[in-house]
Design a protein around this ligand. Sequence first.
Ligand SMILES: Cc1cc2nc3c(=O)[nH]c(=O)nc-3n(C[C@H](O)[C@H](O)[C@H](O)COP(=O)(O)OP(=O)(O)OC[C@H]3O[C@@H](n4cnc5c(N)ncnc54)[C@H](O)[C@@H]3O)c2cc1C
Length: 456
Amino acid sequence: MNKRTFLQLLTLMFLGSHTKVIASQQESKTRKKSERIVIVGAGLAGLAAAKALQQAGHQVLVLEARERTGGRIWTSNQWLGMPLDLGATWIHGVDGNPITDLADEISARRLITSDQKSVIYHADGRVFSQVEEKQLRKIRKQVFDLVRKAQDAETDVSIQQAIAQLVQEAAQDTHRLNLLNFILSSDLEHEYAASVRDLSSYWYDSDQAFAGEDVFFTQGFKVITEYLAQGIEIHLAQVVKEIHWQQAQIQVHTLDQVWRADRVIVTLPLGVLQHQDVHFVPELPREKRQAIAQLGMGVLNKCYLRFAHAFWPQAVDWLEYVSNSPGEWNDWISLQRTAQLPVLLGFNAADQGRAMEAWSDKQIVASAMQRLRTIFGASIPEPIDYQITRWASDPFARGAYSYNALGSRPKMRDSLAKPLQNQLFFAGEATSKTYFGTTHGAYLSGLQAAQKILMT
Ligand SMILES: Cc1cc2nc3c(=O)[nH]c(=O)nc-3n(C[C@H](O)[C@H](O)[C@H](O)COP(=O)(O)OP(=O)(O)OC[C@H]3O[C@@H](n4cnc5c(N)ncnc54)[C@H](O)[C@@H]3O)c2cc1C
């Protein structure tokens, strides 16, 4: 076990998997003085912090810009009896994952999806042969060998620069180029929500993962945020515009009110901080502004298509499409095997995901259907309905999740998380050096911010 892993395990053991652990550790301290704590944002990080601090005896209130809680956890009930997640879907790696503990506490029903249950299709719709799958694996190995080599180089380069030689070699061979583009899109751009042009070769994968299966909630991920929100004072439709700190009481200005607090936890998404939608008075220190500017905020969008019946293979979860337009409709998941729902979910990430946000719903559905018809034939039915996300255009997210951009360093996430004068605290997935871009990263960051308040 290296030093980094050891320290992370120590932190997790210290936090325990439950907010109650923190509360009891701090009981004697908080009995002395109950503080007024305002939390900006009712996503997973904000709610985790709120619950821990309230249990420890503080007066907590949460200000949330939207008309709902959950933030980037957003379960849609638009289709009766089919709760669908428009934001986070999976607990990625259930073993030791704190979200598993929360799900167990409320006995939330979960279903497993498996990468092993997948089928790969050519650009023309043919299913990959075993020989072709072997070729794909070979190119994948070449990509990651080059990226690993770049990680040992003197200076950091983007992943695109790291694999430039492979792209050049594949340029004359359309099939090989399609395979290469598919790997870049599916393995990297969908995973990290960022273009290979922007991902740092050194640091793109500096995060860690829990082992075990990927599971999703039959009633949607919101069962977790609703559970955490119970009993917390949450004010919805409160768009924070300014935070005045470095004074006896912090003032949080929303569009129509000023809220006063002894301490504030800011859980704004990185994209919102980058866009400077909230003004800090005085401005944040240089180190924090630099972290905000240099870390990346990525894009991953979803398009759910609901059909009268499943016309695709029923035993698979993942349908992989080696498109001849780079990054377009590469990854699909079927809800038929796991949830018995005749629903396909197509993803588009990074440049492609961002560009498609400008398309109309009709154009997006037509583009998806064109790909599905290439694979399954012209006679497949039109969808009964669809649900489409546009996370980059969402003013309270401005992206899907953060990534380590070329020019950034993992320690910038510590700078982002660093409290200011024991008054202003920061949490949210982007502040998690170990688990950025995930629900468990957001949750643990909220607990860590609460812990810091309770320790001082
Ligand atoms: C499409 C998609 C798929 C994903 N898939 C997964 C997955 O399968 N598994 C996984 O682990 N993670 C996944 N993630 C990532 C995960 O959803 C996030 O990391 C996590 O939910 C972030 O929580 P947070 O509390 O840090 O931020 P948020 O949930 O964004 O919370 C921040 C809150 O601040 C509010 N806010 C913003 N501006 C203001 C303002 N001015 N005033 C007041 N409030 C404001 C927002 O409305 C929001 O509620 C996915 C994300 C997306 C978008």
